[in-house]
Design a protein around this ligand. Structure first.
Ligand SMILES: Cc1cc2nc3c(=O)[nH]c(=O)nc-3n(C[C@H](O)[C@H](O)[C@H](O)COP(=O)(O)OP(=O)(O)OC[C@H]3O[C@@H](n4cnc5c(N)ncnc54)[C@H](O)[C@@H]3O)c2cc1C
Length: 493
């Protein structure tokens, strides 16, 4: 657990006065009782009281805050709803939080061109709710969609259950408007499928608040499918379940969702949500088909056959929309359900090639013994995106440190089998050490160069996501690859 650093009262008074000169009083928070709710995001193990919090209502106010912070050399932490799971919105003791949550208007909905233009603080689910009257919706659906904002989704390149078929945030955002640290407004992308010039939109999506403040987003909308049904398939062992995922995709089927939960997660969710899960199974798979009624029935029949041949011990298919939503409600509530069986949990997020699922799940089971902690596995199996939930008790001496070491070992295994250290939750402060495992010093230097191109002063969300090379050398997180030490040229202290 991180300890909060003290705030310099003189500096706080000075910056507060400067902010109050350009913003209405209700847009600036300085008292600890007001700033306390901003001390962490969804990764509550890391906390820091911010020096100040700003809540702009308009893009002009965002620009004014950026100009002032640049002039006074104050670092900035952008924030949406604070549901992030990697500490991306963790404040700084000498920094100002810019929360864009109040900028929550849907600017316009264009059903004919199937786009929506929204302010940064619009919640993910609110876009689909507003588009429903036109028979449309916004496809990326993080389980936190009731609360998380579109700017947070852009910054993390968020995914969700339906991203296997419909793509991640990066595939569903057409344009972003960004306030830069130099006080300019830039637009990346455009309202058509391609935009002239370098694809800076793709560079910006997933940049974790380090390149600019999102002030407007244009998203793609897709037609709501006529029908959807979901299969719940049970497996007697997790390896057979993992292999079944590869078999479904190998059969040329792209399900609308393909999720897996192991016995620990099924048993923690079922009493909470009563989703109708098979609590005797070692693992269950949820496979959704959507489209026209004919397409859905045909795909359900094909998936049923593949899953049976892959060794499913039982198969149930949703018989109504209510039952389909019930099957999904268990998966969507898996994280909160962890709180029922453990005082604390640490949610990891690594991605691996699908064919390695069984191998990695077996490796995680072994690590449970090594680290003496339980782990519930719930994940976007079709994307190979794992979410091991490491269960621990922060009040027990050393358990959090063991949970962190367990998490880092899972991520190292993901890299070893050809995967990555994050699928959708971002690097933030949580996985900054694991970046040294994944990338060489040359690659990290290139990331720093991109950051400098947008933020030469290094004021936007500093010390997140991209480790300094010396940090990698110091932390000893160096891998010997082909007989070469990755950070050997750096001095160690
Ligand atoms: C229960 C639960 C379930 C979750 N399920 C999923 C899931 O299925 N898939 C998934 O991908 N994630 C999931 N998440 C993680 C989280 O919800 C996403 O990362 C989400 O996109 C964060 O949005 P937010 O508005 O809360 O952003 P925040 O947490 O406030 O910020 C996230 C990052 O975005 C940056 N940021 C915020 N606003 C701006 C802005 N205006 N301009 C520039 N940068 C900005 C911040 O600096 C930070 O780096 C889950 C979280 C929880 C708690």
């Amino acid at each position: 657990m991180s300890a909060s650093l003290p705030i310099d009262p003189e500096r706080q008074r000075l910056v507060n006065a400067a902010l109050l000169a350009i913003l209405p009083e209700r847009c600036v928070l300085s008292a600890p009782e007001d700033t306390r709710p901003y001390e962490c995001d969804g990764l509550a193990a890391y906390r820091q009281l911010p020096m100040l919090v700003t809540l702009p209502d308009t893009e002009a106010q965002v620009l004014a805050i950026l100009n002032l912070c640049r002039e006074l050399n104050v670092p900035i932490v952008p924030r949406g709803a604070g549901t992030g799971l990697s500490g991306g919105a963790l404040p700084l003791a000498n920094g100002v939080v810019i929360s864009t949550a109040r900028m929550n208007r849907i600017v316009r909905m264009e059903p004919l061109s199937r786009v929506a233009v929204v302010q940064p603080g619009v919640r993910n689910l609110a876009i689909s709710d507003a588009a429903a009257q036109h028979g449309l919706y916004y496809a990326p659906d993080p389980s936190s969609q009731i609360a998380c904002t579109i700017a947070g989704n852009v910054a993390e390149n968020s995914g969700g259950v339906h991203c296997l078929k419909y793509g991640l945030t990066v595939h569903n955002v057409l344009r972003v408007r960004v306030a830069t640290i130099d006080g300019d407004i830039i637009e990346l992308g455009g309202e058509s499928l391609d935009a002239p010039g370098l694809d800076l939109l793709a560079v910006f999506i997933g940049s974790e608040g380090m390149l600019g403040i999102v002030t407007e987003v244009t998203v793609k909308l897709v037609p709501k499918p006529e029908k959807a049904r979901v299969i719940m398939a049970s497996f007697d062992d997790i390896v057979t379940g993992g292999n079944a995922v590869a078999r479904v995709i190998g059969a040329g089927i792209i399900p609308a969702g393909l999720e897996m939960m192991d016995r620990t997660s099924v048993r923690m969710v079922e009493p909470f949500v009563k989703a109708g899960y098979d609590t005797d199974a070692a693992a269950i798979l949820l496979c959704e088909a959507d489209g026209t009624a004919l397409e859905v029935d045909e795909e359900i029949a094909r998936m049923t056959e593949v899953l049976s041949n892959a060794g499913a011990s039982a198969i149930a298919v949703s018989q109504s929309e209510a039952e389909r939503l019930r099957f999904w409600s268990g998966r969507k509530n898996a994280f909160p359900a962890a709180g029922r069986i453990s005082p604390d949990y640490y949610c990891m997020d690594g991605t691996i090639p699908r064919k390695r699922l069984a191998q990695v799940l077996t490796g995680i089971a072994k690590m449970e013994e090594t680290y003496g902690l339980r782990c519930a596995n719930v994940f976007h199996a079709g994307d190979g995106n794992l979410h091991p939930l490491i269960l621990f008790d922060a009040n027990k001496e050393g358990e959090f440190a063991r949970a962190e070491a367990f998490g880092a070992a899972i991520l190292a295994l993901c890299v070893e089998v050809g995967g990555t250290i994050t699928g959708e939750h971002g690097v933030g402060v949580e996985k900054i050490g694991s970046m040294c495992v994944q990338f060489s010093s040359a690659e990290l230097s290139a990331f720093h160069a991109v950051k400098r191109a947008f933020d030469v002063h290094g004021l936007l969300n500093p010390d997140k996501a991209i480790p300094t090379l010396n940090r990698c050398a110091e932390s000893g997180k160096m891998r010997v690859s082909a007989g070469l030490l990755r950070f050997a040229h750096l001095e160690r202290f």
